[in-house]
Every structure is written in structure tokens, then in C-alpha cells.
Design a protein around this ligand. Sequence first.
Ligand SMILES: NC(=O)c1ccc[n+]([C@@H]2O[C@H](COP(=O)([O-])OP(=O)(O)OC[C@H]3O[C@@H](n4cnc5c(N)ncnc54)[C@H](OP(=O)(O)O)[C@@H]3O)[C@@H](O)[C@H]2O)c1
Length: 244
Amino acid sequence: MSSLLEGQVALVTGAGRGIGRACAEGLADAGAKVIAVARSQTDLAELRAHESGRIDTWRADVTSDDFIAQIASIDGLSILVNNAGGNRPQPFVDVDAESLDFVIDLNVRAAFRVAQAATRTMLAQGIEGTVVNMSSQMGHVGSPNRTVYCMTKHAIEGLTKAMAVELAPNGIRVNTVAPTFVETPLTKPMLDSPEFREFVFGMIPMKKLATLDDVVAAVLYLVSPGAGMVTGHSLKVDGGWTAH
Ligand SMILES: NC(=O)c1ccc[n+]([C@@H]2O[C@H](COP(=O)([O-])OP(=O)(O)OC[C@H]3O[C@@H](n4cnc5c(N)ncnc54)[C@H](OP(=O)(O)O)[C@@H]3O)[C@@H](O)[C@H]2O)c1
């Protein structure tokens, strides 16, 4: 396994905690050199200490112009895991303008600009790379208190398909991973509510949450040579949530 991605250089955003962190570690374990991006210094220090010795860290805000410009400096960039994202669940009628802007800015605008900068970097170096945009099952369905989040993740699905079509002639593949609920710092406060937990388990035919390993396995597949003909796809890791 440690040679699957040998020679590859991966950029992972939102890598300090949760899904992004697991992806950064999984890619490094598979042999890639990883640049992990987040804002919290403590999380980044832990990543630098990863046993593979293949994780470098950048302390950066993905919504900043400085970070977007910095991406062009990555020599050999061949994998982007465009993962940074967030959610502020609110009833539709109560969504305030600040929350609307915050979620769109992070989940859509920053994701678009990171994907654009990473793709430009690959094209400039003639690299036939691959992009995984972190979507969600909410990129395929609707759910209460999630109008803004669902809107942004549907946008990510649209971005992915359009990128896939446009970049295919350059050999760049673009896909999403669309997980159901995984317990992370983002979702723990939600899943701590017994009513919400009951709702979630009621929606998942497999009657369990996805694990970080489930999501990493999907990412590793999509960036691996075995997925060489897969582009514009959304790999749902949802235990069947969207199947009914
Ligand atoms: N957890 C789930 O159930 C679930 C399900 C489906 C999809 N997803 C998607 O998976 C992705 C990750 O979710 P998660 O649950 O792992 O989230 P999380 O636990 O909140 O972790 C998010 C990570 O992103 C970083 N981050 C946030 N804003 C950033 C910014 N502006 N610039 C740089 N880094 C930033 C955070 O670190 P700093 O705050 O230190 O920067 C943190 O390391 C998101 O796109 C989410 O929508 C999650």
C-alpha cells in the first residue's frame, strides 16, 4: 500500500481535523508527499509528526488570496483533495445573511478557487492529475435545516461534472466523494442530540455512521491509477441514505 501513490504530490485542504486529516494521513500512508492545510497550529504540528514523515503543513486560510497564490508554487502537484468546508444548520426561514455568506464563501467560492489554482498548477507543469472535491450526501438530496449546506454541496457536484468534462482532454480527472454522517468535530455537536441521532440512523439503511476509514478508502480509490477511467463521478459513501 505504501507504494500506491509513490511519486505523487497531494494538497489536502481542511486537513487539521476530521475527514481532511484522515485523508492527509491516508495519502501519506499510500506513499504520496502531502501538503496539509488548516489554520490551527496544534493540529498542523500533530500532522507534521506523522510516522510516514511525508506530511508537510501550511498554515493558511483557504478563503484568502495569499493561499490561492501559494498553490502555484507546488512542484509536481498531482492530487488535490478539496476538503475544507463547514455548515451552520438553521431552518430555512431563519437563515441570516452572515451565515449564508460564510457557508457559500467557504464551501463554494473557496472550493472553486482552490480547484482552479490547483488545476492551473497541474496544467502549467503538464501533469495529468486528479481532483477530489469533498461533497456530501447532501449534494444529492435535501434535508431539514440544511438549505444552505445542500445548496453548496449541489454546487460542488455541478462544478465537478463541468470540470471533469472540460479537463478530460488534458488528462485531469475530477470526482467527488459524498459521505453520509461521519463523527468529526463538525458533526459531533449535532450527533450528541439523541433526537438528531435517531433521525440519522433512521435514514441510513445500513444503520451505522460512515467512518473516517470509509471516506479515505473512497478518496484513495478515486486518486489511484485503478480509477483511470473514472471522472465526473460522485462516489457516495452513505450506507444507502440516498438510495431511498
Ligand atoms: N463530517 C461529516 O459528517 C461530513 C459528511 C459529509 C461531508 N462532509 C464534508 O467533509 C469536509 C470536512 O468535514 P469535517 O467534518 O471533517 O469538518 P471539521 O471536523 O470541521 O474539520 C474541518 C477542517 O477544515 C479546516 N478549515 C475550516 N475552515 C478553514 C479555512 N477557512 N481555511 C483552512 N482550513 C479550514 C479546519 O481547521 P481550522 O479551523 O484549524 O482551519 C479543520 O481542520 C467538509 O467539506 C464537509 O462538508 C463532512
